[in-house]
Design a protein around this ligand. Structure first.
Ligand SMILES: Cc1cc2nc3c(=O)[nH]c(=O)nc-3n(C[C@H](O)[C@H](O)[C@H](O)COP(=O)(O)O)c2cc1C
Length: 165
């Protein structure tokens, strides 16, 4: 399956086979692919904060790149809580899409979700205070066909060239 096929065949599936246990190797493959998703300054927001030893995000880079990038991280995020959160959400969205397309290629179905009680989930996870839940991605073997597509808007309604009229 190529990327276009994964995009075209992926649907939000609402029922999964409860008898299917995902093999550890598949979980590992999915997560290995997900962490290749892009993040601003390579800070990999899905687990790691911008101010926690940021040199590790550039440990394999040439010295001059590391010396430029690592201080830039603090300069960009320090004191800007909304930016920190927005960036985390962008990165979670990117990682979620990677997960869903990879799952599609591997014969799984998926559904992104935010229809849950974020505070209750945080308590279940023992979520540290400097973390936030972005979304769920349910992945499994589909047990029911998805509904027909709701209908995409026409390209000329949603694509703005250069600026709004
Ligand atoms: C951020 C986000 C949150 C969503 N939350 C839910 C959810 O809580 N429950 C659900 O059944 N589907 C949820 N969906 C799936 C959407 O309903 C689905 O993606 C949309 O109807 C388009 O269908 P498609 O993905 O099959 O093209 C969510 C999708 C996104 C992107």
């Amino acid at each position: 399956m190529n990327v276009s096929q994964a995009i075209e065949t992926r649907r939000a599936v609402k029922a999964f086979d409860p008898g299917h246990a995902m093999p550890e190797d598949d979980i590992r493959r999915l997560t290995q692919l997900a962490i290749l998703s892009p993040t601003a300054f390579n800070i990999q927001n899905w687990l790691l904060a911008w101010d926690r030893d940021p040199a590790r995000y550039w440990r394999n880079a040439p010295n001059e790149v590391r010396e430029f990038m690592v201080p830039a991280i603090g300069q960009y995020y320090k004191g800007r809580e909304a930016v920190q959160r927005d960036e985390a959400m962008r990165s979670c969205g990117m990682a979620a899409m990677t997960l869903m397309l990879a799952a599609q290629e591997m014969g799984y179905a998926s559904c992104p979700m935010d229809g849950f009680d974020f505070d209750a989930v945080g308590r279940l996870l023992n979520l540290p205070p400097d973390h936030t839940v972005g979304l769920f991605v349910a992945i499994g073997k589909p047990a029911r066909e998805p509904w027909p597509r709701g209908g995409q808007l026409a390209l000329n309604e949603v694509v703005i060239t250069d600026r709004f009229a």
